[in-house]
Design a protein around this ligand. Sequence first.
Ligand code: NDP
Ligand code: MG
Length: 400
Amino acid sequence: MILKDCKIFMDVFNKKKKIAVLGSTGSIGTQALEVIDMLPDRFEIAALTAGDNIDLISRQIKKYSPKYVCVKQKETFEHLKNIFKQTEFFYGEDGLIKIADLKELDLILVAVSGKIGLKPTIRAIKNKVNIALANKETLVMAGDIVMSLAKENNVKILPVDSEHSAIFQCINKREDVKHLIITSSGGPFRTASKEDMENADLNEALNHPRWKMGKKITVDSATLMNKGLEVIEAHHLFNMDYDDIKVVVHPQSYIHSAVEYKDGSIIAQIGNPSMHIPIQYALTYPERLEGIETESFDFFKAAKFEFFEPDYEKFPSLALAIDAGKKGNTYPVCMNAANEEAVFAFLNKKIKFTDIYKITKKIYDSYEGINSPSIEQIITEDEKVREKTKLLINSLKKEV
Ligand code: NDP
Ligand code: MG
């Protein structure tokens, strides 16, 4: 009996976690693979997925020999399956869902960008696989459904976003928490004038002072929409009223976020700005291991910790996102879809930087939400809003 218990104990502790990395060719995905490279006896890469980056996914397949791979397009799928005969390939959204449904997984990192993350996350929850969640659209679009499904299925949603990882690390007794404090670097236009922002080009918007990320999230960080999305994420992850979530601009980004308790104590998570740490914590939770970031934080080099109130007038996207979060139902779906289409139009140089907010606001103001939506209704609303936004963008282009 004792021997048997010992064996179970050894199995549990020696077992490598079988992991699927959705979005392995992206900013979070590649950094997650760097984390995993440092912990080879802890993880087995069961599945990788990419969008269009064939070169990188091919190199990743050679390096990690995953059993399963999913790509976005059927043509890429046809091409790769003829080269890598040992790997089982899938494609499209259905392919991502099939990966999320694999019975052998211990953990799935959802690091695809955009709404494509939603359905695989839901399938993984139903498959009772713990989730390291980077994709913020999942919680913004369907936070109520995702969190209650996770609870029902006893599945952990481990935050990867640095602010939420920080809060997750600072919370011990949720019932004693008074406020969540989400920090923001302020983005590349923190000290810019309104005129500078009117004339900002793509390079300026993509020039984030602290973080190297995918393009969509980098533009959102410049409008502070990203912070608004993070407030909605925090509301769902930690079941916290919007009025109890504070945004604090902290340009140095050393404090990654904090929790204020009802006795007045504030516990913050501090460190060099790096996504490796939150990614690793989500992957190895509840363990803390020596991994990729070994250099200690240097308080004397850091020296300056500054804090400012967000300028909601200069960055109206932040206020818009919080308003959508408070309204709930499908309002965040509308706000997120309109913003995303406007950001794509900006990235394609179809509109100006400041048009992103104007377009999102126009669509949002004319939107009638649906109460307590199902996932299907969420997806339909998302598609409707995207079509409307694209029409608006095209009509603006004609006017010009
Ligand atoms: P990237 O744009 O760098 O990467 C996105 C990944 O998703 C790529 O692997 C891309 O494939 C894949 N992908 C995109 N669209 C599709 C699709 N339709 N079908 C299949 N795969 C697709 O984004 P990030 O890594 O920056 O961000 C990923 C998510 O994590 C986002 O939701 C973001 O908000 C969130 N996040 C990111 C942070 C960061 O530091 N980067 C911080 C916190 C959250 P490919 O490149 O091959 O086309
Ligand atoms: Mg963040």
